[in-house]
Ligand binder design. Structure first.
Ligand code: COA
Length: 189
């Protein structure tokens, strides 16, 4: 059974994972949600105005009232900058499985932050929440996402043709990755 713990603060070597606040909305918009380079890799497209982001952040803040909501902002310890977000979602009470998603502002790509944040969230999901399996899918033309899953022990399970259609109405083939709690514990990650 999953032990829902809400969104507690998690810490990695360089990042604090914490709840978003309403006052973060402008940074969320400026750093990733308004940027096509980030958002083209997701189903929903980039926000055109900060008011859309304010509504989204309000929704996230409201959702923190539920213990079943796990959505972290990634804050750099050194500068205090909010560089991205990561969440566990689609909790399935029948299987105790869930999915993971993440976005990082373009300026902070390829510095290892995605790998570091995903590691902390996978560990939290398995060891503290007792999730059975964590899965994620990425567009095949977005290999960096698959790379951070692979580096965290997630395994490629297959590719689904035209699994999604993005905001620009482009169909995308997606690679599915997954990791079982028992595999995670065996690997001693
Ligand atoms: C996916 C994402 C979170 C990765 O974050 P990140 O902080 O850049 O990730 P890391 O720096 O930890 O690792 C990225 C890895 O991908 C590799 N990579 C980057 N571009 C690549 C490419 N075109 N082909 C192959 N590998 C690539 C990097 O070299 C790095 O691997 P390495 O550490 O072995 O060198 C970030 O790119 C992002 O926010 N993308 C847009 C949103 C998104 O795709 N979300 C996920 C949807 S499934």
């Amino acid at each position: 059974m999953i032990h829902y713990l809400g969104t507690p603060v998690l810490e990695t070597e360089r990042i604090i994972l914490r709840k978003l606040e309403l006052s973060d909305a402008q940074c969320v918009f400026d750093h990733w949600l308004s940027d096509d380079r980030v958002m083209d890799n997701l189903i929903k497209g980039a926000h055109k105005s900060v008011s859309e982001t304010i509504e989204r952040v309000k929704e996230i803040v409201k959702n923190y009232e539920s213990q079943e909501f796990c959505y972290w902002g990634m804050e750099l310890k050194t500068s205090g900058e909010l560089i991205g977000a990561i969440d566990l979602f689609h909790f399935d009470g029948l299987t105790d499985n869930c999915e993971v998603g993440y976005s990082i502002g373009y300026k902070w790509w390829n510095k290892g932050y995605g790998t570091e944040a995903l590691k902390a969230v996978i560990d939290f999901g398995f060891r503290r929440m007792n999730v059975h399996k964590i899965s994620a899918a990425h567009n095949v033309d977005n290999p960096a996402s698959g790379k951070i899953m692979f580096k965290n022990g997630m395994e490629l399970e297959g590719t689904i043709k035209h699994m999604i259609r993005n905001a620009k109405h482009q169909y995308k083939d997606c690679a599915l990755y997954g990791l079982l709690q028992e595999e995670y514990r065996k690997k001693g990650k």
